[in-house]
Design a protein around this ligand. Structure first.
Ligand SMILES: [Zn+2]
Ligand SMILES: [Zn+2]
Length: 201
């Protein structure tokens, strides 16, 4: 690996999400990858107001402007070039050619966040999609099936099928069903590839 994976740049890409929210998300990521991701920096990247942006293009912009191991968080719609209506708008994506993943908060929360519960749900969903995409950055792959972690929630790498649920149903069935602990298969992979004891030195 050319990039130091243990240091993650969390980039607010033209989003209104607050720094304290980003910190909560960053802390959840550290807890999900103990000894593998050991610190994060919060960075703001100015972007012209856009309603939607090509996901791959955004990863390239962030790789060029910031580089390294990076997670971009935007409230713009993330688009792909898929002609299928269900798949050309995504919650998150990762560019296999660099170490940049991006997450869209657009479909993860209520329009307005008025209560503590709504806020917590929004942070929890954004954190779960972020952990999934950072998992891809670290080499983990999607589970098409429903793999459980030891705590009984879905492994963060569970993918499921969007077109079986529609977007709203997908959020409640799959994203809300995920926890922050990985299944045995993912845990074995991470401990084989990243020697956590090395990362601490
Ligand atoms: Zn995935
Ligand atoms: Zn797993």
């Amino acid at each position: 690996m050319l990039v130091n994976q243990s240091q993650l740049n969390i980039v607010r890409a033209g989003s209104y999400i607050t720094y304290s929210s980003l910190k909560e998300i960053g802390n959840r990521i550290l807890e999900s990858f103990p000894g593998i991701i050991i610190r994060y920096d919060l960075i703001h990247e100015d972007m012209p107001f856009v309603d939607s942006i090509d996901a791959l293009l955004l990863t390239m912009i962030l790789d060029e402007g910031i580089g390294g191991h990076t997670l971009g968080i935007t409230d713009a719609n993330l688009k792909t070039r898929d002609s299928d209506e269900f798949y050309n708008s995504i919650f998150g994506g990762k560019n296999p050619k660099n170490d940049v993943a991006v997450v869209s908060t657009r479909k993860l929360g209520p329009e307005t966040i008025d209560s503590r519960e709504e806020y917590d749900l929004f942070i929890s969903r954004t954190s779960k999609v972020s952990v999934h995409e950072v998992g891809h950055n670290l080499g983990l792959t999607d589970h098409a099936s429903y793999k459980m972690a030891a705590d009984g929630s879905l492994c963060p790498m569970s993918r499921g099928e969007i077109n079986r649920f529609g977007f709203k149903g997908y959020v409640t069935a799959i994203i809300d069903g995920r926890g922050f602990d990985f299944c045995d298969e993912c845990t074995d992979f991470l401990s084989r590839v990243y020697d956590a004891s090395d990362a601490l030195h």
